[in-house]
Design a protein around this ligand. Structure first.
Ligand code: FAD
Length: 470
């Protein structure tokens, strides 16, 4: 789009939607240039980040979202929805021909249905504000991503997010009952909440994880539940990571579902729980909650399994410590400025493949030149398998090599995951970062996703570059 067209876009949009919701001043554009993808932070630090949108629309109503999309579709203008920008894979990276739709003003809690146990919320509501509003009424959603105070409810749906209590309560796809989406032509569709239905393919799943490529989510309806009555905690140290994984496998196989089952490898156990762990032990945190008889029985059953695998009991304090610290993360921009290359990579595999996958990814990333450390933990478990959440830190001699080193770590980790029959992402989504591995993840199914994209967004203006390979 030529400069003249960008000016035209801005002034026409302001005239159609109202000047107060269309902005293109420097500060606004700079604040909506990228998400929290570490590579964008590296590029911003080195002055090589080129993203900056044409304008930012902040709708206050569904009508305004519809009007913005109708305009964009009519004039072939690219659109990137924005929740709170906490995405870590470059799902949001608008160029200077892109209109950003910032959902931040659509942030109201619309309904809490205490009898049918659901809440209806506008997509731009921040996660912590939503959870606090539920807590005031005696309820919880049970969804606690580490970024709960950095992310929106619509962003959770768009990235298929998972929270720290997912092993009991499930991830966002298990909680989502209904939603409202505005399609690229301005059409509004509403999927009503229902406990279950057998009425053809489930349309909710089209928008779960779509990362803004199929429509703009304006409203979300999620399952809620009464706040738990009791909480019980325990922790164990195991001789090695594989034995800790075996304890988790036996716990979930037996049908127990502690919301928190987190196993750290020896590096992370030492880093986070050094005061409780000796030597190379691997640390398992367990938190059970719910009605008292259930929580009490569950914690005892978990204890029995851990002791049978020679786990050493280390008490409640480490879990309390984690509860207090769990959302504190180092300032990434600071680390980047000091020349470190840092990221986390979360992948998943079934129990037959997970130990091999853990070792393969650790070995693959450890072999990258200038790597300082690579470590991992398991934090979301299922009867069929679990995830591993890797963290790597590198420090290239030449700070100009940061991007190369970053991409090499990711390539080795993704290739090793695919080789071990893993899935390339557990909960951070695809963004632009994982696009090269989408074909291996989905096989020929990628053509079905492309066909859906063509049907819902024939001009390809919704968040191009994210999710799907060109
Ligand atoms: C410190 C930190 C910790 C994190 N911890 C977790 C964690 O525990 N679990 C987890 O799952 N993730 C985690 N994340 C990742 C991130 O918080 C999630 O991906 C989150 O769901 C993104 O929400 P957001 O509102 O910030 O979305 P954004 O980053 O603004 O957008 C994410 C993607 O969704 C699209 N999008 C946003 N809103 C809409 C909408 N209304 N309609 C259509 N498309 C939309 C955007 O275009 C983009 O492609 C973490 C991130 C950070 C920085």
């Amino acid at each position: 789009m030529a400069d003249r067209d960008i000016e035209q876009l801005r002034t026409e949009l302001a005239a159609e939607l109202g000047a107060e919701i269309v902005r293109w001043d420097d500060a606004t554009l700079a604040g909506r240039a990228h998400d929290t993808w570490p590579l964008s932070l590296v590029r911003a630090h080195h002055g090589t980040l080129r993203s900056r949108p044409a304008c930012v629309v902040t709708p206050e109503s569904v009508d305004q979202v519809q009007a913005a999309l109708v305009y964009a579709n009519r004039h072939d203008v690219k659109v990137a929805p924005f929740g709170a920008g906490s995405g870590v894979c470059g799902g949001f990276l608008p160029d200077d021909e892109t209109m950003v739709i910032d959902m931040g003003r659509m942030n109201q809690l619309l309904e809490v249905n205490e009898k049918a146990l659901y809440a209806r919320v506008q997509a731009g509501m921040m996660g912590d504000v939503f959870e606090a509003a539920l807590n005031e009424r005696g309820y919880t959603m049970g969804h606690f991503p580490q970024s709960i105070d950095l992310s929106t409810v619509g962003g959770w749906v768009s990235t298929r997010a998972a929270g720290q209590f997912s092993s009991r309560y499930g991830s966002i796809e298990d909680m989502l009952l209904g939603l409202e989406v505005v399609l690229v032509d301005g059409e509004r569709i509403a999927i009503k909440p229902s406990p279950r239905r057998s009425a053809g393919p489930d349309l909710r799943h089209l928008f779960l994880g779509a990362e803004g490529t199929l429509g703009v989510i304006t409203e979300v309806i999620v399952r809620i539940m009464p706040l738990p009555e009791t909480r019980r905690l325990c922790s164990f140290a195991f001789a090695d990571f594989d034995t800790g994984l075996e304890a988790i496998r036996q716990i979930v196989r037996a049908g127990w579902r502690p919301p928190v089952l987190r196993l750290y490898d020896e590096h992370e156990s030492g880093r986070h729980f050094g005061q409780w762990v000796e030597g190379d032990a691997c640390f398992l945190l367990i938190l059970c909650e719910g009605v008292a008889p259930l929580a009490n029985t569950e914690v005892e059953a978990c204890r029995e399994i851990c002791l049978s695998l020679q786990g050493t009991e280390t008490g409640e304090a480490p879990v309390e410590h984690w509860m207090g610290e769990r959302n504190n993360v180092p300032n990434l921009a600071d680390l980047v400025a000091r020349g470190f290359v840092v990221d986390t990579i979360e992948v998943t595999a079934d129990w037959s493949n997970i130990t091999e996958l853990y070792s393969a990814v650790i070995a693959a990333v450890a072999s990258v030149e200038s790597l300082l450390v690579v470590s991992g933990h398991s934090s979301h478990s299922y009867a069929q398998g679990t995830n591993i959440y890797f963290t790597f830190v590198a420090q290239p001699d030449d700070p100009g090599d940061a991007e190369k080193v970053y991409l090499e770590c990711w390539k080795r980790a993704m290739d090793a995951t695919v080789r071990c029959n893993g899935s390339i992402s557990h909960h951070h989504g695809v963004g632009r970062l994982r696009v090269p591995w989408m074909r291996q993840e989905h096989g020929q199914g990628i053509e079905v996703l492309r066909a859906v994209k063509r049907a819902l967004d024939p001009k390809g203006i919704l968040n191009p570059g994210a999710l799907l390979p060109e």
